[in-house]
Design a protein around this ligand. Structure first.
Ligand SMILES: [Zn+2]
Ligand SMILES: [Zn+2]
Length: 254
């Protein structure tokens, strides 16, 4: 069964008791993907891989990660052929682009966009969003979410683990609610939503208290008081709100 492949990493993530098990999985996936794209396997030397990265390109966040990762030659080779592809596309876009020059003043006054939008701007925005790494992550991440529900349905111990975890970041909680409606039904769906609501309520309150003590620690009267769980409350609050690990060091080529 395909889900079996994902069961062990998912259980590991649940056992980690992190602020969000899906962030934990996502970080692992991202590091694995970075290693695949730029690491020692030199996947970029294979023509089918290069066709894919030439076509998809990379978003701004992952381009920065690629730079920080190192392997300048690998980066250079990947971007060399990708740039060629972008040059061709831009040439085509500009060939077919006739600026209308109409509605400039109208737009300024009303704030409305001219009808149809600007095709070059649309192409550029689409190019900026398109990303090989994002695509890879999306695909594997979906398998983990499916496995979460597969386990939740069949495994009592897993259900307990889910109900006793530290909750999820807001973006991943959204994913969980959306998928729950597809994966569960009837009483099990109602119970799941109620349990996860409670988990989120309790844990956002916990984070709120930890962050409050973090702030209060700056008061000179609390200088010698114990940090408790609040020393890293800032990064954990950031994670709860937006996902990811703001305090992580840069991920580099080993
Ligand atoms: Zn998360
Ligand atoms: Zn990306």
């Amino acid at each position: 069964m395909k889900e079996k492949l994902y069961t062990i990493p998912l259980n590991d993530a649940m056992n980690e008791n992190d602020e969000c098990p899906f962030c934990f999985l996502e970080r692992k996936l991202l590091q694995k993907t970075m290693d695949f794209v730029l690491g020692d396997s030199s996947s970029y030397m294979e023509s089918d891989m290069r066709d894919k990265t030439d076509q998809a390109g990379f978003c701004r966040v992952h381009t920065k990660m690629m730079f920080d990762y190192g392997n300048s030659l690998g980066n250079g080779l990947i971007l060399q052929t990708h740039l060629k592809k972008v040059q061709e596309e831009l040439r085509q876009q500009m060939k077919g682009f006739t600026p209308s020059g109409k509605g400039g003043l109208f737009k300024k006054i009303t704030g409305k966009k001219s009808e149809g939008g600007n095709p070059v701007a649309e192409w550029a925005a689409k190019r900026d969003r398109s990303c090989f790494i994002c695509d890879q992550l999306k695909e594997e991440f979906a398998c983990y979410v499916a496995t979460f529900f597969f386990m939740y349905k069949k495994d009592e111990a897993f259900r307990t683990k889910a109900k006793e975890c530290k909750g999820f970041c807001i973006p991943h909680f959204g994913v969980l609610m959306e998928e729950a409606e597809k994966e569960l039904s009837g009483a099990q769906l109602t119970d799941f939503v109620a349990s996860m609501d409670q988990v989120m309520e309790q844990n956002l309150q916990r984070i709120q208290e930890e962050l409050t003590w973090f702030v209060d620690k700056f008061d000179y009267r609390n200088k010698d008081a114990d940090w408790g769980n609040s020393r890293d409350a800032l990064q954990r609050t950031m994670q709860k709100l937006h996902g990811g690990y703001p305090a992580d060091p840069v991920y580099r080529h080993k």
